[in-house]
Design a protein around this ligand. Sequence first.
Ligand code: PLP
Length: 375
Amino acid sequence: MQKKLVPDYIRNLQVYQAGKPIDEVAREKGLTKISKLASNENPLGPSPFAIKEMTQGLWELHRYPDMHAHKLKSTLASLYKLKLENIILGNGSEGIMGYIARAFLGPGDEVLTSEKTFIGFYILARSSGAKLVRVPLTSEYKYDVEAIAKSIHENTKVIYIANPNNPTGTYITKKEFDHLMSFVPDHVLVILDEAYFEFSQNEDDYPDSMDYRYDNVITLRTFSKAYGLSGVRVGYGFAHEDLIANLSKVKLPFEPNLIGQLGAVGAVNDSPHLARTIMNNTARYNKLKSYLTKKNFKPIKSVTNFICFKTGSAEASDYMFNELLNHGVIIRPLKSNEMPDYVRVSLGTNEEMDHYYEAMEKILPEYDKKFGRPS
Ligand SMILES: Cc1ncc(COP(=O)(O)O)c(C=O)c1O
């Protein structure tokens, strides 16, 4: 019966693997000090404004939230100078990717993207029965816009670009984005996933999608990263009102939940917290990048809150991941991202990063005997 019930494209899906949770590591390893540098979260925590709003919301939990999330949409509309009709909200930006798959994709459709990009999107696209067409990254670990442009053909329905990309931390420039768009037909939807936008927006040649007004582009952003609200799952999308109207038809009515809506409003209204977050990130980035460079681990230049670097082999990555775990530091091996010879480290607080550096210094002598440095 199951064989008939479950389509092959669901049976063949790989389950998404998240970063190891702190409680799980504490329990398994019997440790009390854990530094989680595995899921690109905000190490400073949520904004105090967001906490205040969410706490007050606890007294309203017997009520459904505002189905139209008017307050949050208005807050975003005034921040980005948009109309409410241009905004969609969901359970994280992945929730909105799910609506896109539900509304626009089916068996026979093609979704075009890159290898070594956000796995969550692969799963959602495949779960609609669509065919995923993926081109390799460039030798600089960037989306290859030329190869993507050449791969567009009549069955292509959606193009997905994570800008900046996870797990590499690289981005496509304004020039590359313009070049790509010159090849994209009007009926193909481009998803610009800008989950790390707040960290990359100050790069001169970063294409902030708010500066463009294409009818066939949807921008996705999130409160999970710089805004420090991963736990309540709020994402938002901006696009032409017609696109938003159609997506809204397949959206579950009360997403995001009440606490998420309130927290997100508080977070947007606390720009000093966002500024502190970005300042912390810049300082931690510079130090980690120079540490890894000095150690010859070849870190990839990143405009996000994480750095991806080369270990040289899947065995070396596993060893580094497991040994750091034994010292209470959780990083991310990248086997499921098809980069088994790389690992990714999210940028934490100063204290968490010191924990990471101490653990690295402890494990490196034995690591070097086994693996040496990547060539
Ligand atoms: C590129 C990218 N897009 C989307 C997400 C998911 O974001 P959300 O928590 O808003 O679903 C992530 C999370 O790691 C990501 O790296």
